[in-house]
Design a protein around this ligand. Structure first.
Ligand code: THU
Length: 164
């Protein structure tokens, strides 16, 4: 047995520290999307915005349901809309932000496991890293370049093929 260590890279920006201009613009779109979230059950309103290789920005927000598992996260709403409308376009970056009814979301909002898997599918398909910008309401923001930083040992298409 041996221990394998995997390194991940996270850029961290404290509140007040400026983001790259393109990241800030995408984050502003994600923050705007929060207001149309439908989250009466959790009171946790998430906005996501996706920057596409064709220059378009597509946003989405979480859509809940009385049958809880039927709802969908903001990231997947935005990503699936983007793929359905612009199937030829690549995903350059996704920004995520949230606001809660009863508290301040003072930590960067990181995508759930299912959303990471969807981001992984897109990144692996396009063979180009996706930048992920995760924002907290106090300004603390984490950015990763590539889903492998959030989903090490990911399951991907090549694993469906026999190796011999
Ligand atoms: N949610 C998102 O939309 N994205 C995340 O990254 C975290 C969780 C939603 C799902 C559900 O509507 C609510 O937030 C509480 O989990």
């Amino acid at each position: 047995m041996k221990i394998k260590k995997i390194e991940i890279h996270i850029e961290e920006f404290s509140g007040g520290e400026p983001l790259q201009e393109a990241d800030q613009q995408l984050l502003t779109a994600a923050q705007k999307a929060i207001s149309s979230s439908y989250a009466p059950y959790s009171g946790f309103h998430v906005g996501a915005a996706v920057h596409l290789s064709n220059g378009k920005v597509v946003s989405g927000n979480n859509q809940e349901n009385a049958a809880y598992p039927s709802g969908l996260c903001a990231e997947r709403v935005a990503l699936f809309y983007a793929s359905s409308q612009y199937p030829e376009a690549g995903v350059e970056a996704i920004a995520i932000s949230a606001g809660a009814d009863n508290f301040k979301v003072d930590y960067p909002v990181t995508p759930c496991g299912a959303c990471r898997q969807v981001i992984a599918e897109i990144q692996n398909r396009q063979q180009k890293k996706i930048r992920i910008i995760m924002h907290g309401q106090n300004g603390f923001t984490q950015v990763v370049n590539g889903i492998e930083n959030l989903l090490p040992l990911m399951f991907k298409e090549e694993k469906l093929k026999r190796t011999k």
